[in-house]
Design a protein around this ligand. Structure first.
Ligand code: IDC
Length: 514
């Protein structure tokens, strides 16, 4: 064959290939439209949706006596694809999501995990809040679009990009109970009567591997804490009480209980600086012994792949400059020792108070931050803010400059600190200040008194909306409301529901995302 003929033949073949492609595409589009009427994604979840819907219509006819049965099919999600395009070799799409509530009660507490074939990124979301971890996009409600009405539905959407944007599974949590649409269960289900949901509490995390294995070194991006992949990440966990008073809780089994049973990824080690006696690091405490306790905590958390805050817990010493010389030595030592521990965060002054101004705290921070940076270039450093970590609005007008990975602490005790402090938080964030709730509880500021659940709920709405990390005061059985354990509980790990105080139960459920 001569060159010209070859060219003509190639051109004819190319035209044929294109024509066949177009025809096949048209047929597929037609087929999709015929079967579903909308472009419901061809996924396990879509299959289950139909299955669930069938289940529900059958089961709604049952009487109240069958309630437990009926409950299993009350809720499901549908994920449909809107526009789809390609960008930089990635598949991109607008995902439209609807959650259906077939119950006679409205629902406001829900969470949807959508699991993709490869790790996606989300660059825009509307009517919902989202977090991406590995291959999972987790959607949680925003204040103005939280309620799924009785017998109704709620919709939201987002733009997604992934090497493979196929949805492989979803898990829907309503009031903490999982309603799953899993591929595995749909394959084994031979009829709608086989339920695809479980009654269990949401597992702490759908991920295998430890928090650190999955998220690596954290950093600050804008006002967000992000993981090593750049996805917004929320640290959730508990603070010890003063480790010198309650050393027994600084143990690996305790931290494992928080990680595995509570879904926590964070432990804060509160080391009081000045107690006026030998319990304080700077007030006569045995520095070596106290540092050994800190190390015990860091090693335990590290072994479990949890993040850990070393907290220089100033309180009755009011002003961090009171013990600045000790602080310099301490942080130099700690950062030398833990230079390669990417899970360690440093909180350099718990709560400046009693009139200590931001300029005084800032001067202190500008002394301590370089000490830390000398050994550790990028560990997260948490700076306390005046008035027991409340004046974040003031700080946002004059933040520390010239360093990366600096966060500022806001602390609340829900029965004392309410809307006013939440407004300060919102102001500070809108001014670009990265915040972390490195300590809080749901009682009053003394750590005692009644729990204010309504205020606590309002705080958690803000925390989740703004992707704020949090550590709850405190891991102890001391007879005060903030303690997570009951005074009669003497176990130092492996706690069950009966061992938890009312605060403990509330905090556990919040960490679990209930
Ligand atoms: C409280 C403890 C309490 C202890 C007291 C003084 O709960 O048992 O006697 O400290 O050391 C904070 C502090 C935190 C306080 C807590 C509750 O950071 O140290 O713990 N709180 O008062 N800021 C606001 C409240």
């Amino acid at each position: 064959m001569n060159g010209k003929k070859t060219k003509i033949l190639c051109a004819v073949i190319a035209v044929l290939v294109v024509l066949i492609g177009i025809m096949t595409g048209l047929l597929l589009v037609q087929k999709k439209e015929n079967t579903s009427g909308s472009s419901t994604r061809e996924t396990a979840s879509a299959e289950n949706t139909t299955e669930n819907a069938a289940g529900v219509s059958e089961e709604t006819e049952k009487t109240d006596a069958d309630d437990s049965d009926r409950k299993t099919n009350l809720y499901y999600a549908e994920i449909t694809e809107g526009a789809a395009w390609e960008n930089g070799g990635n598949q991109c799409a607008t995902e439209n999501v609807t959650i259906y509530n077939q119950d006679q009660k409205a629902v406001t507490s829900w969470k949807l995990d959508i699991i993709y074939a490869s790790d996606p990124t989300v660059d825009q979301i509307w009517e919902g809040a989202c977090e991406v971890k590995g291959n999972t996009v987790t959607i949680t409600p925003v204040e103005y679009n939280a309620e799924i009405p009785a017998g109704g539905s709620l919709t939201f959407g987002f733009n997604l990009s992934a090497a493979d944007k196929k949805v492989t599974d979803y898990k829907l949590y309503i009031n903490g109970t999982e309603y799953t649409g899993s591929e595995a269960s749909s394959e084994t289900a031979d009829a709608a009567s086989t339920t695809t949901e479980t009654e269990s509490i949401a597992p702490p995390s759908a991920e295998s591997g430890t928090p650190f294995e999955n998220h690596g070194a954290l950093s600050v991006s804008g006002t967000d804490l992000v993981d090593s992949k750049g996805n917004p990440y929320q640290l959730k966990g508990c603070s010890t009480h003063g480790i010198t008073w309650f050393p027994d809780y600084v143990n690996e089994d305790a931290f494992r209980t928080f990680r595995d049973d509570w879904g926590a990824n964070l432990i804060r080690l509160a080391m009081y600086t000045d107690t006026g006696d030998s319990y304080g690091y700077c007030s006569g405490g045995n520095k070596e012994e106290i540092e050994a306790l800190v190390d015990q905590g860091v090693q335990a958390a590290t072994g479990l792949g949890m993040y850990v805050i070393i907290d220089w817990h100033i309180l009755s010493d009011n002003n961090p400059n009171t013990h600045i010389e000790d602080a310099k030595v301490f942080f130099a030592e700690m950062t030398k020792k833990y230079a390669n521990y990417e899970n360690v965060l440093y909180e350099i002054c718990n709560e400046p108070n009693s009139g200590t101004s931001w300029s005084e705290v800032k001067a202190y921070a500008e002394t301590i931050i370089p000490v830390i940076r000398e050994n550790d270039e990028d560990a997260i450093i948490i700076v306390g803010t005046p008035t027991w970590c409340q004046d974040v609005d003031i700080v946002s007008g004059d933040p520390i400059t010239g360093y990366d990975n600096i966060m500022y602490a806001v602390h609340f005790y829900a029965a004392t600190h309410k809307e006013d402090l939440r407004n300060k938080v919102t102001t500070a964030i809108s001014n670009g200040l990265p915040l972390i709730v490195s300590e809080f509880s749901i009682c009053d500021a003394s750590g005692n008194g009644a729990i204010d659940y309504a205020q606590a709920d309002a705080w958690f709405e803000l925390i989740n909306e703004k992707n704020l990390s949090f550590a709850s005061w405190s891991i102890s059985n001391k007879a005060e409301t903030a303690s997570l354990l009951t005074p009669s509980c003497t176990k130092t790990s492996g706690w069950t529901e009966e061992d938890l105080s009312e605060t403990g139960i509330y905090i556990r459920d919040r960490i679990l995302g209930k």
